[in-house]
Write a new protein. Structure first.
Length: 580
């Protein structure tokens, strides 16, 4: 009987222990109902193996087998992917929306309107409605707008770069935290227990990391997790390889990517906020800047091709280039890649020729001289060579050899052409584009949106602007140059893929608008997916107050019952003792 009462006491004691732990687990769950990354704990109970006696096999109470976390790792991994996708989509929407706002298209104060106003001013000048001063003023306004727009886009890129730097630094810190928590978890669990609070901390860190970069995890037997970016490990157990933002200047532009700190391995970050920023930096910001530079280059070149051949009454007695040629580069072929000064040209010249028309003002006679421009990269023997291709010095010599003209390079290396008294000159039919390339009689200076501007001496003295044009015979068409510039807006250019200057810009703006819309849809859809995955995770791992209240009541009843069992058993034992 004593053995039976002793067993009853042990059963009551085991029940008290289990119920107290159960109350603690339920209370901890309820306390963390609002903790976003908390995983609900569950007390694992099992009957203690019984023993046989008096022909019966009796139970010996309840034992606590452990505390488990209600978690489905497959769902958690999908949730991390969903977090990365949603965060990356929001980043894309932020940047595309900002770029679209900076373009300010369809507002009346946009680049398309500025281009239209500029070309219209030339058309009105051709019809003698506006003065040359208005044309130059409109050119200045257009150039200033282009430079301002480019600066605005560069500012946007700087903002993205700054955020990228901060985000990658934060991700590196989080990877170090994951490695440290791995070490703590392995040490705490020792293959026997589940260190729930430490695992919850690690899950929170991994969730934040997922917002920054797209990761996957592989749990090891000891409790640590390896973190991968693509197929490249960035955390192995208790060691973080670290990540950093790499920068490299390519073609005058800084390219960025994420790599591992320890060996420089490039990491395929395609999602998360970092992935979204890297993509939009390349496509939205740099892509728009490239288009703006491309359009500006063609604007400069096409207008300058016309103004290089512009003429008027009186004719030219002096014309100068705007592109400086270094002394050593003047004798190098303009087609030679070693000629660094060609980098200052909006568009390099091609194979062709141009006409120089020299007019004697006393007689009215016109002499026409053709100057050939060899840019084919082939020598007289048919071999690939730049040796006999045309150089800037060849252009100077050819023009200077014409009676009545002289050609020199000034102190800055710019070509200067002057006529003798009583002589005027003009250029025509430049199929090579060399005059525009060297900036002779140019309207615009610069090479792209960074430095486009109107030639300063035109700004200082608008009467220098020539709006006429001579034909091959030397006959002057008084508004021919102005009409030719006005027609550029409708000119389909091979360099722009067969599009016009304004058409190319309109397609750029439309592309940004379309991608902004796509980014918005993507942000909404990925957010819905993330919320759905979060709901799945919370349904399993989250805390239900109703369920925990029931558990609390159950363990309370268990405690009360165990207490009553012990009290009754104690009374019975006291009765036995009193009988002695």
């Amino acid at each position: 009987m004593q053995m039976s009462l002793g067993a009853a006491l042990n059963i009551g004691r085991s029940a008290l222990t289990a119920s107290q732990l159960g109350i603690q687990v339920a209370g901890n769950n309820m306390a963390n109902v609002a903790s976003p990354h908390y995983t609900r704990g569950r007390l694992e109970l099992a009957p203690i193996a019984g023993s046989s006696g008096s022909g019966l096999y009796m139970g010996r109470g309840v034992q606590v087998q452990g505390l488990t976390r209600e978690v489905n790792e497959a769902v958690v991994q999908r949730l991390r992917t969903g977090i990365s996708d949603a965060s990356g989509a929001r980043a894309k929407l932020d940047v595309y929306g900002a770029v679209e706002a900076r373009l300010n298209e369809l507002s009346g104060d946009d680049l398309s309107s500025q281009l239209t106003a500029f070309f219209n001013s030339w058309s009105e000048r051709a019809n003698l409605v506006q003065s040359s001063a208005v044309v130059i003023q409109q050119g200045q306004q257009l150039a200033g707008y282009i430079q301002g727009l480019r600066k605005s886009l560069v500012d946007q890129r700087l903002q993205v770069d700054a955020e990228l730097g901060a985000m990658v630094e934060r991700a590196d810190v989080l990877l170090q935290q994951v490695a440290a928590l791995n070490a703590e978890i392995v040490s705490a669990e020792e293959g026997r227990f589940t260190a729930g609070p430490l695992r919850d901390q690690r899950d929170a860190v991994l969730a934040e990391l997922s917002e920054l970069i797209d990761i996957s995890t592989i749990e090891q037997s000891g409790g640590g997790v390896d973190v991968m970016v693509g197929s490249t490990p960035v955390v192995l157990g208790g060691m973080s390889r670290g990540i950093t933002l790499e920068r490299e200047s390519v073609g005058g532009r800084v390219e960025m990517w994420v790599s591992a700190k320890n060996d420089g391995t490039r990491l395929p970050v395609t999602s998360g906020r970092v992935g979204g920023l890297l993509e939009t930096r390349r496509d939205a910001v740099n892509g728009t800047l490239d288009r703006l530079d491309e359009i500006s280059t063609q604007l400069i070149y096409q207008v300058n091709r016309v103004t290089a051949e512009a003429a008027g009454e009186p004719g030219l007695t002096r014309a100068s280039g705007t592109v400086p040629m270094a002394a050593g580069d003047r004798v190098l072929a303009l087609s030679d890649p070693q000629n660094a000064s060609v980098g200052g040209m909006a568009v390099p010249p091609t194979n062709g020729s141009f006409l120089v028309q020299v007019r004697d003002t006393s007689t009215g006679g016109v002499r026409t001289v053709r100057v050939d421009v060899d840019m084919n990269g082939i020598d007289a023997n048919g071999n690939r060579s730049f040796a006999d291709d045309t150089s800037a010095e060849d252009i100077r010599v050819s023009i200077g050899a014409i009676d009545g003209l002289s050609a020199t390079f000034d102190a800055s290396g710019r070509l200067v052409i002057e006529s003798e008294p009583g002589i005027e000159f003009a250029f025509a039919e430049d199929s090579s584009g060399v005059l525009a390339a060297m900036g002779v009689n140019a309207f615009f200076t610069g090479t792209d949106a960074r430095d486009i501007s109107v030639r300063q001496d035109l700004v200082d003295n608008p009467t220098l602007l020539k709006v006429g044009r001579s034909d091959a015979s030397g006959l002057l068409v008084e508004n021919g140059g102005a009409l030719a510039v006005a027609k550029i807006q409708d000119l389909r250019l091979e360099a722009l893929g067969g599009d016009t200057i304004r058409g190319r810009w309109s397609s750029t703006v439309q592309e940004v608008a379309n991608r902004t819309t796509t980014a918005k849809v993507q942000a909404e859809s990925t957010s819905i997916v993330q919320q759905s995955l979060q709901a799945q995770r919370d349904g399993l791992s989250g805390v239900s107050l109703d369920e925990e209240t029931l558990n609390l009541m159950m363990f309370q009843r268990q405690f009360q019952g165990a207490s009553r069992l012990i009290a009754v058993t104690d009374e019975l034992m006291q009765t036995l003792i009193n009988l002695v």
